[in-house]
Ligand binder design. Structure first.
Ligand code: GDP
Ligand code: MN
Length: 380
């Protein structure tokens, strides 16, 4: 789950990382009122879960109320790479002497956390990473050992920051690492981390991705739900406890297990179709869950035919078959369903489907047969 910049900054502030005072608002009038309270000059910042806001015109300095009004009016409603701006963050503007880049993330190959630090931060960091990768100092942190001060100092020294920034950077990176680990983040990134002309080091931007697997130990994350931008189908699916991702094709896909669903997507593509979604019902696959899954896929107007691909392990095919039959009684399904059952209790499951087979419920013996059939039906 990605956070907005202002939520990331709130997280950083809890870990003692200096950020600018500001307010989140949703209207032009509120932006001006917030700027009056924060004190001029301010920065008016689009809150969208995508980078490159500055280059897209979503970050503007304002010296007074009039400029704040103009910028807020321009930025609210702006589309930044497909993300609509509904929220602005208005913060006290900072003077910048230097801009640095400082993220932590997991390096899966190294089985360690990876910290990066560059003296050449700011909006062109992608260019630096591509053309001048040695300008980024890297540190691998063993999660068991954590980040000892000495290692942190050596890392900061390797990045060749302005010497005035050394102490501030060591303190912020130590706290950033704590925020990353204790906060259960997949990514924390400060770009730019700035040095001010007065010699203070300070986070001017915040990018935070939370590890949703840790949600159970963070009741405070529920406050983010309202700001997570899911499309309507995804929101609906989440309410039903399903892993759903909307795509652009015409074949609705329901499967159990992410690996099987991915393979199903591939096979549908291979026989000339395209998936409208990715829906993993997981290990359980009760009648309720399947009814919900069918409902979610059915609510997508692009779906012309539905493929249910189940490989029974813990999941029993007869239960799945009953679930589908029950779902058909509950939901008015617009599109034909092709179902392939294999694995635990497959014969029982197929018999149940057989008893209810029609033009809109068709059983196929293999994944390939099922994919061919569903693509044929979707292109009618
Ligand atoms: P991003 O483009 O989405 O990464 O948004 P940022 O929050 O990083 O802002 C982009 C750029 O705007 C920064 O790299 C700064 O150069 C500039 N900027 C942001 N806040 C301030 C500020 O308080 N003062 C000044 N002078 N520039 C700022
Ligand atoms: Mn940035």
């Amino acid at each position: 789950m990605d956070l907005f910049e202002y939520q990331g900054k709130q997280l950083f502030a809890r870990y003692g990382i200096p950020v600018s005072a500001g307010e989140a608002v949703q209207s032009v009038d509120d932006a001006v009122a917030a700027a009056d309270r924060v004190g001029y000059p301010v920065v008016v910042k689009a809150q969208v879960q995508v980078g490159g806001r500055g280059k897209a015109g979503g970050i503007k300095l304002a010296a007074n109320a009039d400029e704040t009004r103009t910028h807020a009016a321009n930025i609210l409603g702006m589309d930044i790479k497909g993300h609509l701006v509904n929220v602005l963050w208005v913060e006290r503007a900072s003077d910048i002497a230097e801009e640095y880049y400082a993220p932590f993330t997991l390096d899966r190959a190294a089985k360690k956390h990876l910290g990066m630090l560059s003296a050449q931060g700011g909006v062109d960091i992608e260019g630096v990473a591509a053309e001048n990768p040695e300008a980024i100092a890297r540190i691998h942190v063993d999660p068991v050992d954590g980040l000892p001060e000495q290692a942190c100092r050596a890392w900061v020294a390797a990045a060749n920051l302005n010497p005035d920034a050394t102490e501030g950077a060591v303190e912020i990176l130590t706290n950033l690492y704590r925020a990353y680990v204790d906060g259960d983040c997949d990514l924390v990134e400060i770009n730019p981390l700035i040095l001010t002309p007065e010699g203070k080091v300070h986070a001017l931007d915040a990018k935070v991705t939370l590890d949703e697997n840790a949600e159970f130990r963070h009741p405070e994350w529920s406050e983010y739900d309202a700001t997570v931008t899911l499309d309507e189908r995804e929101r609906f699916a989440r309410e039903k406890g399903l892993n759903y991702i909307g795509l652009d094709g015409t074949v609705g896909i329901i499967g159990n297990g992410a690996g099987l669903v991915m393979s199903t997507l591939d096979v549908v593509n291979q026989v000339g179709g395209s998936a409208a979604n990715f829906l993993d019902v997981g290990g359980g696959a009760s009648a309720d869950l399947l009814a919900g899954a069918v409902e979610v896929v059915n609510s997508d107007p692009n779906v012309k035919a539905i493929l249910v691909n189940i490989f029974g392990g813990i999941t029993k095919c007869d239960e799945v078959a009953n679930g589908i039959v029950e779902a058909l009684g509950r939901v008015e399904v617009r599109s034909p369903i092709v179902i392939r059952l294999d694995g635990t209790n497959a014969d029982d499951g197929r018999a149940i489907i057989k008893a209810h087979e029609s033009d809109s419920l068709i059983s196929q013996p293999t994944m390939l047969d099922a994919a061919r059939k569903v693509v044929e039906l979707a292109s009618l």
